[in-house]
Design a protein around this ligand. Structure first.
Ligand SMILES: *Cc1c(COP(=O)(O)O)cnc(C)c1O
Length: 357
């Protein structure tokens, strides 16, 4: 039986996509081989890379002068790749709005002067600092943000309007809401939240910015090299690229990012409205900055939280345990979570509240 999977990552993939992958698994595109067996230089696989790239470009309306590359190592490797590709003047700004944002900043410190210009840890990352009031560093190579904070459940309601190129870790929200790519120098995302199985990281970068990586930048982390080789410099993460293609084809058929954004906003509103109206559950993020992808909530009683998680699991609602830094529960309601899944969660929450008054 399929359950409703609220995992923050790796996370749910639609049954339709999984079935399609299953059906093609032994014989991909008439090759008589699985997509996991064919050479990455095979025409059939090159077509997969090209098609997945063109779906990314189409769905996010990526401008012509940006590259779209598929790499490995997760978003965490990009924490290093960002300074290694961009920090030519040795300084960059970071806005620290959560655990991953902090890790990105700490990685930046290894390579240069990573200036923390904003930090919301004073209130357990329950808000995003006012981006219009921050002091941006003159001559910074870039400004790094984490656009959606997976663990704390916050997201930017508006982006910094800064002189330096904006670099965004969009791991937990890419393809969930409209994004004007031209406002960013670089966008990167680990695929396992909203796109594909783990193992793939997607980087979208303005080509003019990535031509001179630092001398010490490992070849494999040079975005320019990956771009020039069409993401085939070495063996790429073939299976997740193929899966990303299936997920994006499905997204396109369902009306693209605009359509899924409406559904995502609807799902999030259902859940937040219920939480705000309940006497038992509480979400601590300032409403303006609430994520539509990750919704943490607590009862304020750790024992009751544990009971909730265990009973929810029995009801087919799984992976609701909150991150250890926050405790309580977290419902990740990415693109693949249907409205019915969120309604089932709310019904369970209602029942649990009545039974535990
Ligand atoms: C999950 C996540 C990461 C870490 O991704 P890996 O692919 O595991 O390295 C980084 N940033 C954000 C915002 C995330 O949600």
């Amino acid at each position: 039986m399929r359950v409703y999977n609220f995992s923050a990552g790796p996370s749910a993939i639609s049954s339709e996509v999984l079935k399609k992958a299953r059906d093609e698994f032994l014989d991909f595109a008439g090759t008589g081989m699985s997509v996991t067996e064919i050479s990455h230089r095979d025409k059939a696989f090159e077509a997969v890379v090209k098609e997945t790239e063109s779906l990314v470009r189409e769905l996010l309306r990526v401008p012509e002068d940006y590259c779209v590359i598929f790499v490995q190592g997760g978003a965490s490797t990009q924490f290093a790749a960002v300074p290694l590709n961009l920090m030519r003047n040795g300084k960059a700004d970071y806005i620290v709005t959560g655990n991953f944002a902090k890790k990105a900043w700490q990685e930046g410190l290894i390579y240069g002067d990573a200036v923390k210009i904003g930090d919301s840890s004073d209130k357990l990352y329950s808000y995003i600092p006012d981006v219009d009031k921050l002091e941006y560093t003159e001559g910074a190579d870039y400004v790094h943000i984490t656009s959606n904070n997976t663990i704390f459940g916050s997201r930017y309601s508006k982006y910094p309007n800064c002189k330096a190129p904006l670099v965004a870790d969009m791991s937990s929200e890419i393809f969930s809401r409209n994004t004007d790519v031209s406002k960013f120098g670089v966008i990167y995302a680990g695929a396992q939240k909203n796109l594909a199985p783990a193992g793939l990281t997607i980087v979208i970068a303005k080509r003019s910015l990535i031509q001179e990586p630092l001398k010490i930048c490992p070849t494999m982390l040079k975005w320019k090299v990956q771009d020039e080789n069409g993401s085939l410099y070495n063996t790429p993460p073939a299976f997740p690229i193929y899966m990303a293609g299936l997920v994006l084809k499905e997204l396109k058929e369902k009306g693209g990012v605009e359509a899924i954004q409406q559904i995502n906003e609807y799902k999030a509103k259902l859940l937040y409205d219920f939480i705000d109206g309940s006497a038992l559950y509480k979400n601590c993020v300032e409403p303006e900055f609430r994520s539509i992808m990750n919704v943490p909530f607590v009862t304020g009683n750790a024992e009751l939280d544990a009971k909730f998680i265990s009973e929810a699991k029995q009801a087919g609602l799984v992976s609701l345990k909150g991150h250890r830094l926050v405790g309580g529960m977290r419902a990740s309601i990415y693109n693949a979570m249907p409205v019915e899944g969120v309604k089932a969660l709310i019904n369970f929450m209602k029942k649990f509240e009545t039974e535990n008054k």
